[in-house]
Every structure is written in C-alpha cells, then in structure tokens.
Design a protein around this ligand. Structure first.
Ligand SMILES: NC(=O)c1ccc[n+]([C@@H]2O[C@H](COP(=O)([O-])OP(=O)(O)OC[C@H]3O[C@@H](n4cnc5c(N)ncnc54)[C@H](O)[C@@H]3O)[C@@H](O)[C@H]2O)c1
Length: 435
C-alpha cells in the first residue's frame, strides 16, 4: 500500500485517484476548484464516466480516497505525486503550461520530504527535465529529492476505468531508473507490459501515439471522400484494409472527424514542437486540414439534399465528441451547428449526456430537446453526429412520421442505409458512394 497524491480531479486525475485507491493505496486528490472538491466530498461526480461513481464511492467510504483543495494536506507523507492537470491549446497551438507550472510551484511551496513526481499530463518534450530542475532549485533550506517520471496517460473517455485497469502498455520515462521501477510497482496488480524509457522519449510517445491515431482517422476520411466521388463504399474498403494485420481494423471509421480534449490539441502541440525545432510537420498539417474539412463536407451534403439551408429545419442527434462521455471539447457537432446556423438553418439537438456542457458552447438559438423524437419533429433533415447506442435502435417509422422532410445524414456511418431507404428516407453517410 502506498501513499499517493493526485493533482487535478478531471478525467485523468479522478480516474487515476479512484483506480489507485481501489487497488488498495491511500490517495488524496487535490484540485484548485473548490466547487469540484465540495461536489466530490458530497459524493457527486463532476464528470460523467461509466463506472467511476461506484469506485469513488467505495474507496471514499473505506477512507482510502479523500479530496481537498489544500496542497499541504494532500502532500503530507506521500511517496508519489501524480500531476494530472489540463494542458489546453495555447497560442499557435503550443500547449498552455500554466496549470502544470502552478501545480509545480505549489508542490515547491509545501514539500518537505523526498517524493517521486509522476507526470500524467500531456506535456511538451523537456517538461519533466524542467520540473526536476525547478524543484531542486527551490529547496529553501529544506532537503528533499524530487525525481520526475513521465507516465503518459492513454485512457479514453467513456472507457477510462477499463483502460486504466487493463492498459495495453504502461510507459515510464525518467533519468532515474529506480524511480521508474518504483512507479512500475504501483502498476504491478494490473499485470500489464511496462516500457521503461528515458524521460523525453516517454513524453514523445504520448504525442506520437495520438498523432498516429488522428492520422488513421483523417486517412480513412480522405479515402471516404474519394469513395463518394467514385461510387465505392468506405465501410467495405476499411474492412478490406483492416484485415491486413499490418494495418489493423481500429480507427478506420469514416465520419465527420475527430474531436475531444486530446487529439486536436495534441496534434497541434506536436506540430508546434516540430516547427519550433525547425522541422516542417507536413503530414500533421494535412491531418488537421482534412479533419477540419470533414465538418464542411457534412454541411454541404445537407445543403445539397435540401437545396439550400436558409430556413431549413435540421435536427442533430448527439453533441458530445464521441459516445459515453459528456465532453464537448472540440466536438465536430459544434462547428457543424455553427455553419448550419450561419447559413440560415434552424437547429434542434439532443444528446443523452452532454446537454449541460453543450449549452455553453453552441449558439443560443439552438433548441435543445429531451429526446431524439422531439428533435425529429418538423425536421427537413436529421444529422447523426455522435454514435450513442440509443441512436442505433430508434423507431424510424415514428421518426419518418414526425419529420416534415425525409433526409438522414449519418455522420458516423452507424445506421443500415438500405433499411432506412426502404422506410422512405433519403439516406447518406460519409464515403458510402450513394449521394
Ligand atoms: N481527458 C482525456 O481523455 C485524457 C487522456 C489522456 C491524457 N490526457 C491528458 O491529461 C491531462 C489532464 O486532462 P483532463 O482531461 O483530465 O483535464 P480536465 O480539464 O478534465 O481536468 C483538469 C483538472 O485540473 C485542475 N487543476 C488545474 N490547475 C490545477 C492546479 N494547479 N492544482 C490542482 N488542480 C488543478 C482543474 O480544476 C481540473 O479539475 C491533460 O494534459 C490531457 O491532455 C487526457
């Protein structure tokens, strides 16, 4: 059993704290948001993540998981301090490091014994070295060792608990092999593959992994657009490609593009790192451009089918950037809705979990509805923007009777187009070659 502090109680910090406490460790999570900590202490989850509430509740009740805004309390007698604060996009796509900097400054203020700092935030290469030198120069008469280990996080929102407990790999990078090995022991119960590297390579592995996954999606979206022009079906094309074990089937789903809290900012940040060091990131630039264009392609498909967008009623099913999360950060639905409104359309929308978060980022004139059928009422077209399970088995006869038009744009290639056409809809997906 180890004593652990986790800084930041967002998707990564709260999942990390909850899972390590579930594995029997004593964990104290610290956040600067008083509201968030009060909420957690009352037993309410600040984020939606399947399975998280049960684990937090169990460990909190057993006294192994506590929450505070006080760094001194959180860091008292701990061996490991995990950093899991946000690193959003700053100017020119560079990672905004203000939260990491302030967390490290707070550690420097209160720490009075040796610790291992484990960085889970996605940070520019070289940050771990900076943290270590910053802390060793802030001893102020105290004598402590701060060894930094980079431990990039690969969890996916929506399956974060499972990803934490059954990771494909655990990457640990440090100048201090003993520190990496100690962190590896924390993960022993998971029986996963541990890769120990130098600290800069570990930091780079995170960016390179996300950039590669984003590239795979942008690649298949480019293929989808070609499929639309030549009358091929991208679902079959992706299946045929994915059966090749050198390619693999994952992340080959064509659609309206990637979003979320990680891919957009991490691809941008990596491109920025490359440019800063004199390398021209041509592929990364194309990956981002293709992704941006997918939103416009969806809007154009609707405009073409409805012969314009002025005063057309469009229903949007799904707002979160992907299913099983309420995260709206960089969700493709936001940009698409904005384009529809700019071109004179009236928009109604529904998401099973992200309605509160959505309200803050979509235009005021969008009417938020409490279910898919209310979205369909009087709609000329429906766009599926997020492939939530509940949208797979809708009562499409009812939807047909509620709509005033008949066009469905399946932005995630989720539905059975042939069946929908047999019910009287006009149907299109992305790259299905049928427009
Ligand atoms: N969300 C994901 O799916 C995911 C996956 C892998 C890696 N990451 C990376 O993990 C990091 C955290 O991401 P997230 O999505 O959990 O962020 P988040 O925005 O959900 O949460 C960050 C939390 O940190 C808190 N915070 C900010 N400054 C603080 C400080 N000085 N002291 C204490 N708390 C502070 C905020 O109040 C917030 O609660 C990012 O670098 C991100 O790129 C995220």
């Amino acid at each position: 059993m180890s004593q652990i502090a986790v800084i930041g109680t967002g998707y990564v910090g709260l999942v990390t704290g909850a899972c390590f406490s579930d594995l029997g460790n004593n964990v104290c999570c610290v956040d600067i948001s008083r509201e968030r900590i009060e909420q957690l202490n009352r037993g309410n989850m600040p984020i939606f993540e399947p399975g998280l509430e049960e684990i937090v509740e169990r460990s909190h009740r057993a006294g192994r998981l506590t929450f505070t805004t006080n760094y001194e309390e959180a860091l008292k007698d701990v061996e490991f301090v995990f950093i899991a604060v946000g690193t959003p996009s700053g100017d020119d796509g560079e990672a905004d490091m203000r939260y990491v900097r302030s967390a490290v400054e707070k550690i420097a203020e209160v720490i009075d014994h040796s610790i291992i700092i484990v960085d889970k935030s996605t940070v520019p290469v070289g940050t771990g070295d900076w943290i270590e030198s910053m802390l060793s120069s802030h001893q102020n008469g105290r004598s402590f060792d701060c060894k930094v280990v980079s431990n990039p996080e690969f969890l996916r929102e929506g399956s974060a608990i499972n990803d934490f407990m059954r990771p494909d790999r655990i990457v640990l990078g440090s100048k201090h092999k003993d520190a990496s090995e100690k962190v590896a022991e924390l993960y022993n119960p998971l029986k996963s593959t541990v890769l120990i590297t130098d600290i800069r390579s570990a930091e780079m592995i995170k960016y390179a992994s996300n950039a590669f996954l984003a590239t795979k999606i942008s690649f298949i979206n480019e293929i989808a657009n070609i499929c639309d022009s030549v009358g091929a079906n991208v679902i079959d094309v992706a299946k045929g490609m994915g059966l090749d074990t050198r390619i693999g089937p994952k992340f080959l789903n064509a659609g309206i593009g990637w979003g979320g809290s990680c891919f957009p900012k991490d691809v941008k940040a990596l491109a920025h790192i490359a440019s800063k060091h004199g390398t021209h990131p041509q592929l990364l630039q194309a990956v981002m451009d293709i992704n941006g264009a997918q939103r416009t392609i969806a809007v154009e498909k609707i405009a073409e089918m409805l012969e314009g967008l002025e005063d057309r009623h469009i229903g949007v099913l799904g707002l979160a950037f992907k299913p099983n999360t309420d995260d709206m950060r960089e969700s493709p639905a936001v940009e698409i809705i904005q384009q529809l409104i700019d071109r004179g359309a009236k928009v109604r929308a529904y998401d099973p979990e992200a309605m509160n978060q959505a309200r803050a980022v979509i235009p005021d004139e969008v009417v938020l509805c409490t279910d898919a059928y209310l979205v369909a009422e009087d709609a000329d077209a429906l766009l599926l923007a997020t492939e939530w399970n509940e949208f797979t088995q809708l009562d499409f006869r009812k939807i047909h009777s509620l709509m005033r038009g008949d066009f469905l744009l399946d932005g995630r290639n989720l539905w059975d187009g042939e069946h929908l056409k047999s019910l009287g809809f006009r149907y299109a997906g992305i790259g299905l070659g049928n427009l």
